[in-house]
Design a protein around this ligand. Structure first.
Ligand SMILES: C[S@@+](CC[C@H](N)C(=O)[O-])C[C@H]1O[C@@H](n2cnc3c(N)ncnc32)[C@H](O)[C@@H]1O
Length: 448
């Protein structure tokens, strides 16, 4: 019996593509050029005040939002784990292409007033400092999320169209292009929008420098405008990204931007929201989830394995580890930060209803909503299940080959786990679970 499939999922962090050396080398070259340093290490040192200011802004000094409880890296999860079920699961109602290739063009139009002045990305130096620190973190985060999402298959004469709202220097767009290319899309188009001219210029220059080797056929179009005012064809984009943007807007503008972003989605498109782990934002994520499903009639792809009421009391989030590229190793030491942990929240939504399970034996997708605990002979995984319930999944080690038992140690909060079954044991929410051995892609299903 082979456990390759579920463990490929369970240990996805080990398989995540590393930060591209060409991208890291590019930003280090920019840093050297900007600071006139003789070595990249020296360049990082000279940019350290800018990097520290930016890093603090998003962790210890986030304006107008409460800071996280502690800061081991980019954010800290709430300590406790939700365990009690909420109200009984409620069903939710169901909900909507064009395409045009465009040449790469530099940012042009003047920036209208934004609700949050992007003062932290006002110059080329800011953009480089931002990218040195945040781009590898964003790349890793996106690469943990993207493999879960059902990107549509390639079609003749239909490029894969990505729209990144609040794209900054392109840290989230880059792994999105790579993921689309990895699933077979030869024709790629990327629209990016931001209120920071310096960020868009940096993104454009990166694209020009690295496109020939990375995505030779990809097309870029930049839009220097507030995302709320972006005027592009509706229902045209396969992937719309809002990565670490919504929390910068006043609360009353967040839902409006969500609605605006959803308009750009192709019928089988995906809207990906990703946000830092800040308690207030975590709670807002729940509000955005409800709004997206109830008002915009979108369907949930992730992280929830269901579209019922959320059974958690705490903000749902992931805490994942990843191998630090050299730049972040240097910065972790220089800034005295532990950067190995990515603490974040995300939502993936689509206009298309989920496909029905392909067979009775299709695996059940469970989401780890807290860190597993390891006891003699068993691993206990706090998880959300497709029936809308919260459970403590008991995986008995005697059911598993030694290699699988060992790899359970790598399970992390926020990962998806594919199960063959999850049978209630005596005391709720305990369930005896078995890992799936099926290679079938999971869809929503019901549990016994
Ligand atoms: C934290 S950065 C994230 C950048 C990028 N998404 C990433 O993940 O690296 C937030 C970005 O949103 C941009 N931004 C803020 N408000 C905006 C708005 N109303 N419209 C477009 N961009 C906005 C900022 O200029 C900044 O580049």
């Amino acid at each position: 019996m082979s456990y390759t499939s579920p463990l490929a999922t369970a240990t996805a962090s080990l398989l995540t593509p590393a930060y591209p050396p060409a991208l890291e080398a590019y930003w280090l070259r920019q840093a050297q050029r900007e600071t006139r340093a003789l070595s990249d290490r020296d360049a990082i040192q000279r940019l350290l005040p800018d990097i520290r200011r930016l890093a603090d802004r998003f962790t210890t000094a986030r304006p107008s939002l409460p800071p996280p409880a502690k800061t081991p890296g980019e954010g800290t999860p709430p300590a406790s784990v939700p365990s009690a079920p909420a109200a009984s699961p409620q069903p939710r109602p169901p909900a909507d292409a064009a395409s045009a290739a465009v040449p790469a063009a530099p940012a042009a139009a003047p920036a209208p007033a934004a609700s949050s002045d992007p003062i932290y990305l006002r110059t080329a130096r800011h953009a480089i400092a931002y990218s040195l620190y945040f781009a590898p973190l964003t790349h890793a985060r996106m690469n943990l999320v993207l493999p879960e999402l059902p990107l549509r298959a390639p079609e003749p004469r239909r490029p894969y169209r990505i729209l990144d709202l609040g794209a900054g220097t392109g840290a989230a767009a880059w792994p999105a292009l790579a993921r689309a290319a990895a699933v077979g899309h030869a024709a790629l188009s990327l629209d990016v929008c931001d209120t920071s001219r310096a960020a868009l210029r940096a993104l454009h220059e990166t694209f020009l420098a690295l496109r020939p080797s990375a995505f030779p056929t990809a097309l870029l179009r930049t839009h220097l405008t507030s995302a709320r005012d972006l005027d592009l064809p509706p229902h045209a984009y396969d992937l719309v990204i809002l990565h670490y943007v919504l929390n910068e807007l006043p609360p009353d503008e967040q839902l409006a931007l969500l609605e605006h972003a959803a308009r750009f989605l192709a019928p089988d498109g995906i809207l990906l929201l990703c946000e830092p782990l800040v308690r207030a934002v975590g709670d807002r994520l729940r509000a955005w989830r409800d709004y997206a499903m109830d008002t915009l009639h979108l369907h949930l792809l992730a992280p929830c394995p269901h579209e019922l009421a959320c059974p958690l009391r705490e903000p749902c989030h992931a805490v994942r580890t990843f191998p630090l590229p050299r730049t972040l190793q240097i910065l972790a030491t220089a800034l005295h930060r532990d950067l190995r942990h990515l603490a974040f929240t995300f939502l993936a939504l689509t206009p298309a209803p989920a496909a029905a399970p392909t067979s009775d034996t299709a695996p059940l997708a469970a989401r780890l909503v807290a860190s597993p605990t390891f006891a003699k002979g068993q691993t206990l995984c706090p998880a959300c299940l497709p029936d809308g319930s919260f459970a403590r999944l008991q995986l008995l080690h005697r059911d598993l080959p030694a290699a699988v038992r060992k790899s359970l140690r790598t399970l992390e909060r926020g990962q998806r786990l594919l199960l063959a079954d999850a049978t209630p044991l005596g005391t709720p929410p305990l369930r005896r679970a078995h890992l799936s051995t099926s290679p079938v892609v999971p869809t929503k299903g019901s549990l016994p």
